[in-house]
Write a protein that binds this ligand. Structure first.
Ligand code: MOS
Length: 695
């Protein structure tokens, strides 16, 4: 067999693209088994307290209503590790929007109408949802993002800061932000002879399967979770969410298949969000711009149900050489909905603050901000002292500057005026860790007709996972890419990690590579015609995933932005945004570009449009739908350009790939905020930069 040319690195179109644009691709709520009922949840209308009474009579009296589940009669679940999944188990209300009942009916509108007829009485308790810099409940978090040390100190920060010839001391804030994937969290569940099958909109069906099995006291083989197509998640579907538990319960109680798609307006309270942050950054440097001291102190909240700390000070440990450093997280547990992962949790808000502070230092020292960053490039990872497996931040800054036309640039602000508009440019750096979230397993099978089948429980959350896995398999098999069938998106397949931490392709792809390589060896050892069902090989990467690397492994990037500020309306518009990245080997330039543009678009929203707050009286988010929570639309995002440097890094995985799902959002907001300063001469540190703040 002559090996086909490797398709790795080729811009193949995504395999399921046609299915998606023609509507043939089915999402979790688009499965309607015979007899399927519809569910609608009832959220709590107090911010803290107890349910004292529930009256479901009127709801149950409506024609077509099958059941109303409450904590009084819902199936008892085993205690979950993630207590946001302990739905309808007791009378406690830990935050506003917590589910207190679930209506199941023949039709969606009936369920919705009946939900209005569920009358709940509460005994409210005083609540607190207000994050302040001096909140009495603040404590130093032990862990940031459940993973990193909460606090790191090097040298003597106080003394070094006091002695620094040039300093910046500034506080940056960001409101709560919401994931709002286009497809809401949705599940269709059915029980057949004790076996639970769920179509769930999830970033990782294996984890959903395991959690459901534990909650319902089943073996893993008694549960199948299918996440065939997923319309975005951005972290909010990285772990199971209440809807999948509720749908399974409702199907159990009613004996029918049950479909539950969470209403958009309920998402902010139950699927996680990016917690707000107040970030004080202090930088000290020599007059020549050598950083001597760096501190980033993050104040944020968590909820009372499940701990999560937005690790915003973590990327500072990777970025710049400075002998004295302090990075820490202070957190208070408030009566708020559970914060969780949202695209680049930690890095996205953290690099906003840090990269704005670096810009402020550059202004203070009158040094070009590209040059200031290059001057402070570390030889090894500042936090750990480990060598970088590869780091091309300087190249990203230099090549990005060239492509953008950064120079010549008059560093003085508020000089470029075009009628009512002020125009400016800004830069910021980006970083995101290479995370092998865990090991995956895969099966590769050769069929007698010359085709191959790859099975792995990967998830396509809109990334084009099928396509890139086919490329990886084709390269390892030496087979044409169109001879390879990819099966993903079901917990019945060999287990895969979730699509998260920008680590899906590295983990699944490695397992696929290994299985395909093993298959090639097997085919060589057993020549001759294949049996009718072909020959297969399996492999997993559990050992590889558990191994620690002696290297600090991160992606890097640089953003360049040009904005215009309307001095009459206060509107900030992006003219150009250019991202230059170094993220290992880019396996598919077409899908990679989409990922990076998507991340930058989300960063643009973070900088300019996405805004929300918690109403202290009612404990409710003020912007719960897409009419009030403004994500960028096409008219906001023309002029986004993406480039990369192909890195050859042998310390990653057989493909040489890092992750690309999240780095696009990191640093975008800082580049825009820095461009806003350059346009206007005004430093606004509280995102988003909406007209009310600008004027
Ligand atoms: Mo991503 S926030 O790691 O799903």
């Amino acid at each position: 067999m002559a090996a086909a040319p490797s398709p790795l690195g080729e811009p193949l179109v995504r395999r399921e693209g046609r299915e998606k644009v023609t509507g043939a691709a089915r999402y979790a709520a688009e499965h309607t088994p015979p007899g399927c009922a519809y569910a609608w949840p009832v959220p709590a209308t107090i911010a803290r307290g107890r349910i004292t009474a529930l009256d479901t009579t009127a709801a149950l009296a409506l024609p077509g209503v099958h059941a109303v589940l409450t904590h009084l009669d819902a199936p008892r679940l085993a205690a979950p590790g993630d207590r946001t999944l302990a739905v309808l188990q007791d009378d406690r209300v830990p935050h506003r929007g917590w589910y207190v009942a679930l209506v199941v009916a023949d039709g969606l509108e009936t369920a919705r109408a009946a939900a209005e007829e569920v009358h709940v009485s509460y005994e409210p308790e005083p609540h607190d949802v207000r994050l302040t810099p001096d909140h009495p409940g603040l404590y130093e978090a032990e862990l940031a993002n459940g993973l990193y040390p909460g606090t790191r100190e090097r040298g003597d920060f106080e003394a070094a800061f006091a002695a620094a010839p040039a300093t910046v001391d500034a506080t940056y804030t960001m409101p709560p932000l919401h994931n709002h994937p286009m497809e809401p969290h949705a599940s269709t569940a059915r029980w057949t002879h004790g076996h639970l099958t769920v179509h769930d909109s999830s970033q990782g069906a294996t984890k959903v399967r395991d959690d459901l099995a534990a909650l319902f006291g089943l073996g893993p083989d008694d549960v199948t979770v299918i996440s065939e197509h997923v319309g975005g998640g951005f972290g909010s579907k990285g772990t199971p969410r209440p809807q999948v538990v509720l749908a399974a319960m409702a199907a159990q109680v009613t004996g029918r298949p049950v479909k539950l798609a969470l209403p958009r307006r309920q998402l902010p309270a139950v699927v996680g969000h990016r917690a707000p942050t107040l970030q004080r950054v202090r930088l000290g440097a020599s007059r020549e711009g050598d950083l001597t001291v760096l501190a980033q102190e993050v104040t944020t909240y968590t909820c009372t149900v499940r701990g999560f700390v937005e690790g915003a000070a973590v990327p500072a440990r990777v970025m710049y050489a400075s002998p004295h450093s302090r990075t820490l997280h202070r957190v208070a547990a408030l009566d708020v909905p559970s914060p969780s992962w949202m695209r680049a949790p930690g890095e996205a808000p953290g690099m906003y603050a840090l990269e704005c502070a670096v810009d402020e230092l550059a202004v203070h020292l009158d040094i070009d901000p590209v040059e200031l960053r290059i001057r402070n490039e570390p030889d090894a990872e500042p936090d750990s002292g480990r060598p970088f497996s590869s780091r091309h931040l300087v190249e990203c800054l230099r090549q990005g500057a060239d492509r953008f036309g950064w120079l010549p640039r008059d560093r003085r602000p508020a000089l470029r005026r075009e009628g009512d508009l002020l125009v400016g440019t800004g830069v910021a750096a980006a970083t995101y860790p290479y995370v092998l979230v865990g090991g995956s397993a895969a099966e590769a099978r050769a069929h007698p007709d010359g085709t191959y089948r790859i099975r792995v429980n990967a998830t396509d959350i809109g990334t084009g996972a099928r396509t890139v896995l086919a490329q990886i398999a084709a390269a390892a098999l030496g087979a044409p890419e169109d001879h390879i069938r990819i099966e993903i998106g079901s917990s019945d397949l060999p287990p895969g990690v979730l699509a998260g931490g920008s680590g899906g392709t590295a983990s699944w792809g490695w397992a696929v590579h290994k299985a395909a390589t093993a298959l090639v060896a097997r085919l060589r050892e057993e020549p001759g015609p294949l049996p009718p069902n072909g020959l297969a090989a399996t492999a997993d990467t559990y050992q590889e995933a558990a191994a620690t690397s002696p290297y600090a492994r991160h992606s890097f990037g640089a953003h360049f932005a040009e904005v215009q500020v309307d001095t009459v309306t206060g509107e900030v518009r992006v003219r150009r945004l250019l991202g230059m990245f170094a993220a290992g080997r880019i396996l598919n330039p077409r899908t990679a570009r989409s990922q990076l543009i998507g991340g930058m678009t989300m960063g643009l929203g973070m900088a300019l449009t996405e805004d929300c707050e918690l109403d202290p009286v009612h404990g409710d988010f003020t912007a719960c739908d897409l009419a009030s929570y403004h994500v960028p639309v096409c008219a906001d995002i023309h002029g986004i350009e993406v480039h990369w440097i192909d890195e050859d890094d042998p310390h990653l995985n057989p493909m040489g790939s890092k992750g690309i799902g999240e780095i696009g959002i990191v640093g975008t907001a800082a580049a825009l905020a820095n461009a806003f300063w350059h346009a206007t001469g005004i430093r606004l540190r509280d995102l988003p930069l909406t007209p009310d703040k600008v004027l």
